[in-house]
Design a binder for this molecule. Sequence first.
Ligand SMILES: [Mg+2]
Length: 296
Amino acid sequence: MPQVIVMVGDPLPGGIEDVAAEVAGAFGLSPVSGRMLSPDRAMELTLDEDGDAGEIADTLRQALPEIDVAVLSTEGRRKKVLLADMDATMVVGETIDELAAALGKEAQVSAITERAMRGEIDFEAALDERVAMLAGLDASEIDRVAEGLTYSPGAEMLVQTMAAHGARCVLVSGGFDRVTGVVRARLGFHSDRANHLEVNDARLTGTARKPVVDAGTKLATLRETAMAAGVTLADCLAIGDGANDQPMIAAAGLGIAYRAKPALRAATEVQINHTDLRAALWFQGYADDEIVGGMT
Ligand SMILES: [Mg+2]
């Protein structure tokens, strides 16, 4: 099966195919055909033979620092399952930090969130510590935060295009179900899985229901979703930004680090660092005339 080089830019600079051909040539490969997936935004070049995808992509990234590059097999390129993280992936920012802001505790909470997402501290302990700081918060604040979220550019198009082409789309989050339910409905995910904050007399108790949704839960959700859909992990796309996304991203046939924390970025071959979530569609070979959904 041949490989393709997909390049995504905002916009793509002129002559980029010559740079790609030069890099491919250094690996003894040459492009045999090219296709624009989106005018001035995304193009793919099909190579004559297979090379070391990771090495070629790294070299291209060095040659084209503002461009998102993926080197992928054309076999099974369109994925049949999407597992997506929510905070800092489908939506901008971390919802737990916004909840803490309502209590004037954003600085303390966000410092812990940052370390947890970098993988520097244990996820569950970090979650428990931050949820405890939310004790007493009016539970309706969660709905206010959920309604005020900023969606990542391309999020709706990614979910709706994959769903329209028959993929099962699941939102899986170490955040909270009262938020993921809103995001699921807004973006068109089939289901969602997240942590549940305990409420008493309309106020948060400061505890999350056990067992918590962590990295292992995300991986298990990927496996369960693939099995229920009757496909293998090779047919799955997993995307996220944090350390707790790493196991599901490593297990999926197409694992994408989206504007990710350093540890995840270092461990993940396919990355979106400069452009938006539509890149995950272009990587799969979707052209603009196949993409559905609004501008979100
Ligand atoms: Mg995240």
